[in-house]
Design a protein around this ligand. Structure first.
Ligand code: ADP
Ligand code: MG
Length: 358
């Protein structure tokens, strides 16, 4: 079942929480809405679910399975919703929690007792809690509770599954395990799903497409690879991982950023324009002799080698600080010493000006 929203804006009082958002999610996709707190992710999810209505407008549409659902309330949209804070019923067993949505259906649609039992048993297997049906939520771990919340959402056989920071309140290791688990589950049941997160690692690892949001609008939609390696805007570049930033200028097709000069593909309208260069720490390298590419001189300030890569903090002659990430192999080879003067080369730098980027 596809999801499509067109030209969605949402105003609370005078505050614009969403500004003209359009998005299409194909059947079977697992899409992440990624953005900082307050960027409008939950608002967009609630509008898809029918829990909120968008500002009126002639082009405004919310479509599920190609059908305009503006007139349908949340109940009729057959949407499964999982919230950040697992709102399980504390006085009900796991089994009864999962069965709740089915038992609450109007008489004509409600399955009989046997069917409900069979269905809940299957869901308990799916979330790998087949032996815990009789427990109460307080007797479960946070990760188990969140899986029950997911099973409860799936019980009514929703057309789409919407998850609002489903792992937000859990600790790091449990989050990682649940992430893998959710991806496998999605591969198994292939239900069109949209999940909200402010955690870039979670979005890149789980989703097949990522929607990067900022201040109520979409900055970029793309595969995890695209948003990470070809960020469309400065915001996306900064939000998805660490960056070093340098202020400089574009002059006659050349980007001049302190010690680095970069050939750019396009010129600006003007002869000269302010520009910013972004480069990720792992795209910088430490050299002792120039390799023919533009290099900057810098002094090693700090080395931190515990972790998957070695982090080296340096100071440029201009006084700016710089973070370089080396593989352990490269670090052993170069072994930069504290206080040593070295050369820094860069690759995969991205240059942004006011009106275009390369
Ligand atoms: P996110 O989920 O990305 O953190 P939200 O969609 O929850 O962001 O909120 C976006 C903005 O809209 C926030 O600044 C929030 O304060 C505001 N907002 C959300 N819901 C309401 C509401 N019911 N009334 C007033 N402001 C709201
Ligand atoms: Mg939110």
């Amino acid at each position: 079942m596809s999801i499509e929203v067109c030209n969605i804006s949402k105003t609370f009082g005078r505050f614009k929480a969403l500004r003209d958002v359009s998005l299409r999610v194909e059947s079977g996709e697992l899409v992440a809405l990624l953005g900082p707190s307050g960027s409008g992710k939950t608002t967009l999810l609630r509008i898809i679910a029918g829990l909120d209505i968008p500002d009126p407008g002639t082009q405004v549409q919310v479509r599920l399975n190609e059908e305009d659902v503006a007139a349908h309330n949340a109940r009729n949209r057959r949407v499964g919703f999982v919230f950040q804070h697992y709102a399980l019923f504390r006085h009900m067993t796991v089994f009864d929690n999962i069965a709740f949505g089915l038992r609450a259906l109007p008489r004509g649609l409600r399955p009989d007792r046997k069917t409900i039992h069979l269905k809940v048993t299957k869901l308990l297997q799916l979330i790998q809690l087949e032996n815990l049906g009789n427990r109460y939520p307080s007797q479960l771990s946070g990760g188990q509770r969140q899986r029950v919340a997911l099973a409860r959402a799936l019980a009514i056989e929703p057309q789409v599954l919407l998850l609002d920071e489903p792992f937000g309140s859990l600790d790091a290791q449990v989050r990682k395990d649940l992430r893998k688990w959710l991806r496998r589950l999605h591969e198994e049941i292939q239900i069109t799903s949209v999940f909200v997160t402010h955690d870039q690692e979670e979005a890149l690892e789980l989703a097949n497409r990522v929607v990067v949001m900022n201040e109520g609008h979409i900055e970029q939609i793309g595969s995890p690879d695209e948003v990470f390696h070809q960020p469309a805007t400065e915001f996306v570049m900064k939000f998805l991982g660490n960056v070093n930033l340098f202020h400089g200028r574009i002059e006659d097709g050349r980007g001049i950023f302190g010690p680095w000069e970069i050939q750019t593909e396009t010129g600006t309208e003007k002869d000269s324009a302010p520009a910013r260069l972004f480069v990720r720490p792992h795209d910088l390298d430490i050299l002792r002799e120039s390799d023919g590419t533009p290099v900057a001189r810098a002094t090693v300030q700090r080395v931190q080698s515990a972790g998957p890569c070695v982090k080296v903090e340096l100071k440029l002659a201009s006084g700016e600080t710089l973070l370089v990430e080396l593989s352990h192999e490269r670090y052993r080879l170069m072994h930069p010493e504290m206080g040593e003067n070295v050369l820094i080369s860069l690759r995969n730098a991205r240059v942004f000006t006011e009106d275009y980027h390369i």
